[in-house]
Design a protein around this ligand. Structure first.
Ligand SMILES: [Zn+2]
Length: 309
């Protein structure tokens, strides 16, 4: 990863288009992701499907890939009886698979971000969407430190760390503490938001953004796993809080109806592309998609980014 501040600041220069959902697309590739490791299972069982998803997103226009390691953690592996070293290996394997796909496009600059979900994602009970964890701050720090240390020292290295779907200020601060021994690393911080001002746990997004902007490792700040309708006002909050580049990758626009256990509403790719124009114009530098977004959505975003360039 970056060796100094100048290298760190150049990682995201010129990058506009992020990829879309990994789990969604793995399902379309026929992968089973309903086991206790979710999409991390695919890293072990069918890595070629992960490469295929990355390839599809690069072909659609993505300039930045998030690795398939969102749910990978020592804690999660330990809970289902797997050795913690297997989680460490999976983190690096996920980077390798993204690099493999990127290498198929030597004429393109594609950066690779290690996807790191929040503590709640490893609990597999939806806790990342409220952030009310029953654990001490020191446990949160430890949870993140274990993954950061592997990615900071192992090979292949990602270009930066992407902390995603963060529900609370407390978890962001725990990550800051876990990152402290590694001032030369690069990271972005994306929060999941419940309304036009607040992250899932209830703190102001602006407060969270101002806090993470102070970490030396921070290369961008933003939101993901959030309803697209909330993105414009949330970008305004981010702009007021810091000067850091802004990244947004909301869900497709469909909503999960728990009563009937299915997705409702529209996740139309062309509509997503039209909305992405508003997000770029509002001040987002990088736009991609989270849950239920596919290469068709990213193709639309890439077309918009090309028009606005
Ligand atoms: Zn999502």
């Amino acid at each position: 990863m970056a060796q100094n501040a100048e290298q760190r600041d150049s990682i995201l220069r010129g990058i506009r288009v992020l990829d879309g959902g990994m789990a969604t697309e793995l399902e379309y590739q026929g992968a089973r992701i309903d086991g206790p490791l979710w999409s991390a299972q695919v890293l072990e069982d069918s890595p070629e499907k992960v490469v295929a998803v990355h390839r599809a997103y690069i072909e659609a226009g993505a300039e930045c890939l998030l690795t398939a390691s969102y749910q990978v953690s020592r804690m999660g592996y330990r809970e289902i009886g797997l050795a913690p070293e297997r989680a460490d290996a999976a983190l690096l394997h996920a980077v390798e698979l993204a690099r493999t796909a990127a290498a198929e496009f030597p004429q393109r600059r594609v950066v690779v971000a290690a996807s790191l979900g929040p503590y709640g994602a490893a609990l597999h009970n939806g806790a990342e969407y409220h952030g009310k964890y029953k654990c001490a701050f020191s446990e949160l720090v430890q949870f993140h430190r274990e993954r950061i240390d592997v990615l900071a020292t192992g090979q292949p290295a990602p270009d930066f760390l992407a902390f995603e779907t963060l529900p609370s200020l407390e978890e962001a601060q725990a990550i800051g503490e876990a990152l402290a021994p590694w001032p030369d690393l690069a990271a972005w911080f994306c929060f999941t938001c419940r309304d036009a001002k607040h992250v899932a746990h209830g703190e102001l997004l602006s407060e969270c953004a101002a806090a993470v902007a102070r970490f030396p490792q921070t290369v961008a700040i933003g939101l993901n796993c959030t309803r697209p309708a909330l993105v414009p006002p949330l970008i305004r909050e981010l702009r007021q809080a810091s000067e850091k580049p802004i990244v947004v990758y909301p869900n497709s626009g469909e909503g999960w109806d728990a009563a009937v256990r299915s997705w409702t509403g529209t996740g139309d790719a062309a509509r997503f592309g039209a909305m992405s124009a508003d997000w770029f114009l509002a001040g987002a530098q990088i736009v991609g998609g989270c849950c239920r977004t596919r290469p068709s959505h990213i193709r639309q975003v890439a077309e918009v980014a090309g028009r606005l360039r």
